[in-house]
Design a binder for this molecule. Structure first.
Ligand code: HEM
Length: 350
C-alpha cells in the first residue's frame, strides 16, 4: 500500500510527505498486531497517531518536581496541576479508544477469536480468566505495544532516510547494493534478501547511533544500592541513561558526529559492535531485562521498508531545496522526531 501511494506520486512527479507516510505505515502495522486489522474505523488511526505523539511529549517532558522537590512544593504547583490535568485528559482519551477496540473483539462470537494467528487483543481475551487480567491490565499492555512501536519505527525510518538523501554517495551505494541483490522483476524485497544486505544494515545501525529515537531510554529506578565505576547509585534513584550522548562520545567513536556506515562493515573500526544490549556504546534499544522486547520486529520493519524504498524508487528533493537544506534538528519527547517534515520527490525505477 505504501509503495502504491508512492507510485501514484511518482507518476505525476508529486512531492511526498514522507514523515506522514511512514507514520501511517507503522501505525497500520501496530494496529494490525494489536487488532488484526489494518484500517481502524471511525478515524481511529488518526486518533492513535495523535495520542502516541501527545503521550510522548508528556512522558518526555522535564519533570521539575522530581529534580527540585523543594521548589515544587512552593512554586511550581500550578505547573504540576496543568500537566496532571493534561495527562488525565490524554489518559481518558486512551481509555475511551481502547475500551471501544476491546469491546469490538469481546462482542465477537468467541469461536471467531483469533488466538493462534497473533492478534494481541484476542490473545489477551483468551487468557483473561486464567491470568486474572482486568480491563486496566489489558489497556496498559495495549498502550505498551502501540506506544512502543509506532513512533520508534517511523522516526527511525525517517531519520535514516533523511541521512541518506543528504548524501549522493551514500544513497548511490545503498541503491547499488539493494538492486544488485534483488533480481529484476521481483516486486518486493523479502526478509531472506535482507540477510545479504550488509550495507543496508550498517546504514540503519549508524542511524540508530546518531539518532536513537528514545534518547534517554525509559526512566529506570535503582532497586538496590549499587556502585558503577566508583559512582554510588542509592536504591530508589531515578536513573536516565543518555544513549544519545553515548552514541556521539568521541572517546568511543571515531569522527563521532559524522554519518559513516562503513565503520560497521569490512575493516571498519566498529565492525564487531552491535545494538543487542551487550555493547554499551550503542544502546538504541536499551540493555538488560527492561530492554526493548520489540527489537526484532522493529529492526525487520525498518530494514524491509528501507530496502523496498531503495529498490523501487530514486529520490529527489523538491524544487528549490538543496541537500544541505535538509534540517536534522530534533524535537525532544520520550521519543525524538525530526523538527521538519521530510518532503521528497520519488521517481519510479521499476
Ligand atoms: C526501531 C524500533 C524500536 C526502537 C528504536 C525501540 C526502542 C526502545 C527503547 C530504547 C526502549 C527502552 C529500553 C530501556 O529503557 O532500557 C524500548 C522499550 C519498549 N519497547 Fe521498543 N523500540 C522499537 C520497537 C518496538 C516495537 C516494534 C515494539 C512492540 C511491538 C516495542 C515495544 C516496547 C515495549 C513494550 C517497551 C517497554 C519495555 C519495558 O518497559 O520493560 N518496541 N524500546
Amino acid at each position: 500500500m505504501v509503495m502504491a501511494k508512492i507510485n501514484e506520486a511518482a507518476a505525476v512527479g508529486g512531492v511526498m510527505d514522507m514523515s506522514k507516510l511512514l507514520k501511517s505505515f507503522t501505525c497500520d502495522i501496530a494496529c494490525r498486531i494489536v487488532s488484526g486489522e489494518y484500517f481502524l474505523k471511525e478515524g481511529r488511526r488518526k486518533l492513535f497517531q495523535e495520542l502516541t505523539s501527545e503521550t510522548s511529549h508528556l512522558l518526555g517532558g522535564f519533570n521539575m518536581e522530581k529534580f527540585y522537590p523543594t521548589l515544587a512544593r512552593v512554586g511550581v504547583g500550578l505547573l504540576k496541576k496543568n500537566i496532571s490535568a493534561k495527562a488525565e485528559r490524554v489518559k481518558n482519551r486512551w481509555d475511551d479508544l481502547l475500551d471501544k477496540v476491546i469491546d469490538d473483539h469481546d462482542s465477537k462470537d468467541k469461536s471467531m477469536l483469533d488466538y493462534n494467528c497473533g492478534n494481541f487483543i484476542d490473545i489477551l481475551l483468551s487468557i483473561q480468566m486464567e491470568y486474572g487480567l482486568t480491563r486496566e491490565h489489558m489497556k496498559a499492555l495495549l498502550i505498551d505495544v502501540l506506544f512502543g512501536s509506532i513512533e520508534t519505527m517511523s522516526n527511525t525510518l525517517e531519520f535514516t532516510l533523511a541521512e541518506i538523501v543528504r548524501s549522493p554517495r551514500l544513497i548511490g551505494k545503498l541503491q547499488e547494493e539493494v538492486r544488485s541483490i534483488i533480481p529484476k522483476g521481483q516486486e518486493l524485497v523479502s526478509e531472506a534478501d535482507i540477510n545479504k544486505m550488509a550495507y543496508l544494515r550498517a546504514v540503519i545501525k549508524e542511524s540508530l547511533r546518531l539518532h536513537p529515537v528514545a534518547p534517554l531510554l525509559a526512566p529506570h529506578l535503582a532497586m538496590a544500592d549499587c556502585n558503577i565505576d566508583g559512582y554510588m547509585v542509592p536504591a530508589k534513584t531515578h536513573v536516565l541513561i543518555n544513549v544519545w550522548a553515548i552514541g556521539r562520545d568521541s572517546s568511543c567513536w571515531e569522527d563521532a558526529e559524522e554519518f559513516i556506515p562503513e565503520r560497521f562493515i569490512d575493516e571498519g573500526s566498529d565492525v564487531g559492535v552491535n545494538f543487542k544490549g551487550n555493547d554499551f556504546q550503542l544502546l538504541p534499544f536499551g540493555a538488560g531485562r527492561r530492554m526493548c522486547p520489540g527489537i526484532n520486529l522493529g529492526i525487520a520493519t525498518v530494514e524491509l521498508m528501507l530496502a523496498n524504498l531503495m529498490h523501487h524508487f530514486d529520490w529527489e528533493l523538491p524544487l528549490g531545496v538543496e541537500r544541505k537544506d535538509i534540517n536534522m534538528t530534533e524535537v525532544f519527547g520520550l521519543t525524538v522526531c525530526r523538527m521538519e517534515k521530510l518532503l521528497l520527490v520519488p521517481k519510479s525505477c521499476m
